[in-house]
Structures are given as C-alpha cells and as structure tokens.
Design a protein around this ligand. Structure first.
Ligand code: SF4
Length: 458
C-alpha cells in the first residue's frame, strides 16, 4: 500500500505530518511517487489565513476528481483523508462540501489514524471516530533519513492575539510530559538526528504539572528553563554522534524569562538564534493586537538577550496593516526593526480571519496602503539582513551540512547556529555532519565559504 502526504502551514503541521508518516511506515506502507501510485492521500491543512484554506480546497477537489476518475475506470480505489486545522475547524462540514473525502481527522482524533489505515488496507471504511478528551502527542515525529527534526513540546495557545485563529482551533496550552520528551530525544538521536527544534506556539510558557505529583516518573513541576536544563543534562557528553544543537520555536516576548536566558547562556547546546515575534513596533497597535507587551518591554528584552547571549541573531514576524494602523505606527515598526537589527523576518499584511476579534475591528487599512507599507517593511529588512551578513564575512562558523548544492554537485549547503545558509566545497558524504568554515563572501542571502581545520568558531 502506498501513501501521499501534502502538508500546508506551519512547522507544527510539518512535525505532525512526520508523526503521521511514522504510522504509515509502521504498517509497511511506502511513499507513492505520485497520485497515480497512491492508495491514500493525506492532506494536512492550515486555517491561519483564508488563502491557506482556499489552497487546501483546491487540492482536496483535485484528489476527489482523481478518485472519481479511478472509480469510473474501475481502477483501484483512492482514499482521501483530511487533517490539520481546517479539519478541526470544519469537522464534518468538510465531507458535506466535498463528499469525495473519506475521513476527516481532527486534532483530538489522531489516535484513531492507525485504525483508519488498517481498515483502508482491508478495503473497509470505518465511520467517524471518537474525539479523545485530551490532546495526545504522537509517539515520534521522526522523518525518515532526517538529521534535523522538530519535537513538539506543547500544543495549543492561551494568548488570544486578536488577529489569530490558533487558540480557537488548537485549544488551550498543553505541555508534554518531560520523560516523553527525553525518550523522544534518545530515539531521534539513535536515528541519526543531530539537531532538534523544540516546537510549540509559545514554548516559553511550557509548564508541566505531573498529575501523579512527586510519585510520577520525572519532575513533578517544570517550567521552560527547567526543561532546557533537563535536556542539557540529559544530552551532555553524548559525543560527536549525539544531538549537538537544540533550537526552539516560537517565543512569545512576554514569556521569555531571564532564567531561560541564563540557561541558554550556560549551555553551548542551545543555538544562538531566537525567533522572537514582535508583530509591530507601535504600542497602540500592539495593544489592539492583545500582545501583552509594548515596544519598550520588547526592546528591553532584546537588550538583555544580546547582553546575555553574545553573537545571538534574532528573527521575527511583522504584521502590517492591522486595523487602525497609521503612518506613525508603521514608522514606529520600522524604527524598532532598525534598533533591533533582525537577521530576517516573516512579513505579511493583515487579512481578516473570520472568527477572530480583529475581523470585526474598525479602521480597516486600504489594500493599496497595506501593500505599500509591506513593501517598505521588506525594503528595510533587506537592508538590515545585508548589513548584518556583510559584517560577518571573514568569521569562522560551525555548520550542520544539510544537502548537496543543486547548482554544483561538488558543493554542499550548511546552516549555522544563527540560522544562516552557507555553501562550500565538500563531498556529498559529509551531509548530516558538522564542519567548521570561514565565511568568504555573499551570494544573495547565502554565504560562500571554505572549510577550515583547527580554527575556533567566533
Ligand atoms: S501567540 Fe498569538 S499569534 Fe501566536 S499562536 Fe498564540 S494567539 Fe496566535
């Protein structure tokens, strides 16, 4: 039996698709080269913007049409499964709109995914599956052959930013059991993984409370700095074939504590890059977004991060054109960007998301103005990225080698701790390993480099 997975949306969805792929593989299913080979197509959807839903609908309708054609030609059946945020939001409404969908698997139904596959393999169809009362983390998020992996440590979000649908779709924050996180780190390491990104909508508010109290396996209560400490102690002295780098994503500024900064500073395991979403540099806009901080708080946090973690690179998300945003507000955003010096940013303009408070707010910004402001933000970021990269030329850095360059087979692509892409000459056999390189020049947003031996990374 063969499967095809299409994933849309954030890193959480990518991690969840990897976990669902493990369930296919456990049953000896193999990946299909294309739709014609597939027995099951799984579409993991995103609901964060209406454009993402429209794209998912395009794909669902496409596969439903293939399914009809196969049936008409009396070829082997195709089963269509939809999961992810859109499945959670619309539930059975997905099947009503597109009857070609066989199963809709919401966030709280994933534990039944194996049952659905078993029934499909036997040519049977099971009805709607029960929702479990609590979110259950998948056992493994390992992607076959990978040496970098995502590891969800939390699910959901309690923040209710006024523009965001996530808390309504994924529910309240749930923290994963620490011993399960350590077990999964061991399993990932044994599979060849060398870099792990701890994943959650807001990892800094990780808060484990053991229902068994002190009698449980592992600590009774644990916050994010405590989890980082636990992971660092667990992975210490693993040698060159162990997990060497840990990242985490996403950080909400209000919850990134000094205690967390101190743990990161003390442990070389934690990469010197933090994605710290700011969204806007204007205090009235931040308030309307319900972000729970103002620009002064954010800049003060950045100052503490830079002082505590020398060489740190910071990236961010910026949302322009929020209802009520004025010229002064956008200038404040540009000013904050320059003051922080982000290495890169995900920049987008506001689009109302049905079901969120911001969708009903007054003071809509005209489309033309939104686009014009977005272009200005992008231009400023381009300049910042360039300046920061130019200043790095000549430095020595360690990289994890990711792949062979598509342009030149004798070159490989690597990524630094600071999330910078580097290209240099090395054989394909080095992919998945670490190398020390000197940054020589820039080619777009990639450093050209040469491997050095025996020099210390700066
Ligand atoms: S922190 Fe805000 S933007 Fe991020 S997932 Fe939670 S509600 Fe959405």
């Amino acid at each position: 039996m063969k499967y095809l997975i299409e994933t849309y949306g954030c890193q959480m969805n990518k991690a969840e698709s990897a976990a669902l792929e493990t369930i296919f593989r456990e049953r000896d299913w193999s990946p299909a080269e294309g739709p014609s080979e597939a027995d099951v197509v799984l579409i993991n959807t995103c609901s964060v913007r209406i454009t993402a839903e429209n794209r998912a609908w395009g794909r669902i309708d496409h596969y439903a049409a293939i399914k009809r054609e196969r049936r008409a030609a009396a070829e082997r059946p195709l089963s269509l499964i939809v999961t992810g945020c859109m499945a959670e939001r619309m539930k059975r409404g997905i099947k009503t709109r597109q009857p070609g969908v066989d199963h809709v698997v919401g966030t709280f139904q994933k534990q039944a995914f194996g049952l659905i596959l078993d029934a499909t393999a036997l040519g049977r169809h099971i009805g709607d599956v029960e929702e479990s009362p609590a979110f259950i983390f998948s056992r493994s998020y390992y992607e076959a052959g990978a040496f970098r992996s995502f590891l969800p440590i939390m699910h959901g979000c309690d923040n209710f930013c006024t523009y965001c649908i996530v808390p309504y779709l994924r529910g309240r924050e749930i923290s994963r059991r620490p011993s399960d996180i350590l077990d999964e780190l061991d399993a990932l390491e044994a599979s060849g993984v060398r870099e792990v990104t701890l994943l959650g909508q807001n990892v800094n508010s990780y808060a484990w409370k053991d229902p068994d109290g002190a009698r449980g396996k592992g600590p009774a209560d644990l916050d994010f700095p405590g989890l980082l400490r636990l992971i660092a102690a667990h992975l210490r002295n693993r040698g060159k074939d162990g997990i060497r780098w840990i990242r985490f994503l996403t950080s909400h500024p209000k919850d990134l504590s000094d205690a967390a900064i101190a743990v990161i500073a003390a442990e070389p395991l934690f990469c010197r890059h933090i994605h710290l979403c700011v969204q806007s540099g204007s205090d009235p806009v931040l308030k309307a977004m319900n972000r729970h901080y103002d620009s002064r708080f954010y800049l003060d946090l950045v100052k503490r991060l830079k002082a505590g973690l020398p060489g740190l690179s910071l990236s961010t998300d910026i949302l322009v054109g929020f209802p009520g945003e004025t010229e002064d507000d956008i200038e404040a955003t540009l000013g904050l960007m320059r003051e922080v010096g982000f290495s890169y940013a995900y920049m987008y303009h506001f689009n109302p998301r049905e079901g969120t408070p911001a969708a009903k707010m007054e003071g809509k910004v005209a489309d033309k103005t939104k686009k014009e402001r977005l272009a200005r933000v992008m231009e400023v970021q381009k300049g910042l990225t360039r300046t920061l990269m130019e200043a790095r030329v000549g430095e020595v850095e360690e990289v994890l080698i990711e792949s062979v360059s598509r342009r030149k087979k004798s070159e490989v692509l690597g990524r630094t701790q600071r999330d910078e892409m580097v290209v240099f000459s090395a054989p394909a056999s080095r992919v998945g390993g670490f190398a020390k390189v000197r940054l020589l020049s820039l080619a777009g947003n990639t450093f050209k480099a040469e491997e050095t031996h025996g020099e210390t990374a700066s």
